[in-house]
Design a protein around this ligand. Sequence first.
Ligand code: DLZ
Length: 158
Amino acid sequence: MFMKTNTFNKLNGEGLKIAIAQARFNSDITGALARGAVKALKEAGVRDGDIKIFQAPGSFEIPLLCQKLVKTKKYNGIIAIGAVIKGETAHFDYIAKATTDGIMRVMLDYNVPIAFGVITAYNMKQAQARARNDKSNKGYEAGMALLEICNYFKLRND
Ligand code: DLZ
C-alpha cells in the first residue's frame, strides 16, 4: 500500500516524535521488543529525546494508552508493544482480539499511525524467537513499519 513512494528510499526519522506504548506483562519479551523498536527508530535518525516509552499493565490496556497518547497530539506515531502468550485457558484469544481491535480502532478513529508490535505466541519459545537481538525482532519490524507510514504521510503532506 505504501510501497510506491518508499520501497527504494531510505527511511528517514529525522524530526519525528514517536511514543512507544509497551505492556509490562511478559516484560522480558516486551522489553526486548521495545529495544528493537528503539533501534529501528534511531537507525533512521529519530533523536533519543524524541522517543518516549510509556507502559501499560498488560496488552489489554494498550489501546487506552494509545488513545491517551494520541490525544496529547505530541507524537507523529506510536509503536504498540505487547506479548500475548497462550496459557491453559481462552484468555489468550480474548486479550489478543481486544488488543488488536482496540489498536486498530484508535488508529482509524484518530488518523494517527500505530504500528503493531504485539506478538501473539502459542508458547514462550515462539515469543523468544520473535524478540531476538537482530533485525528479525518484531519490535524492530514494527519500528520500520511506523517509519514507512510516517514517511509516506510526510511525502504526501497529509
Ligand atoms: C491476565 C493476562 C494474561 C493471562 N496473559 C497476558 C498475556 O499473555 N499478555 C499480556 O500482555 N497480558 C496478559 N494479561 C494481562 C491483561 O492484558 C490485562 O492487563 C489484565 O487482564 C488486566 O486488565
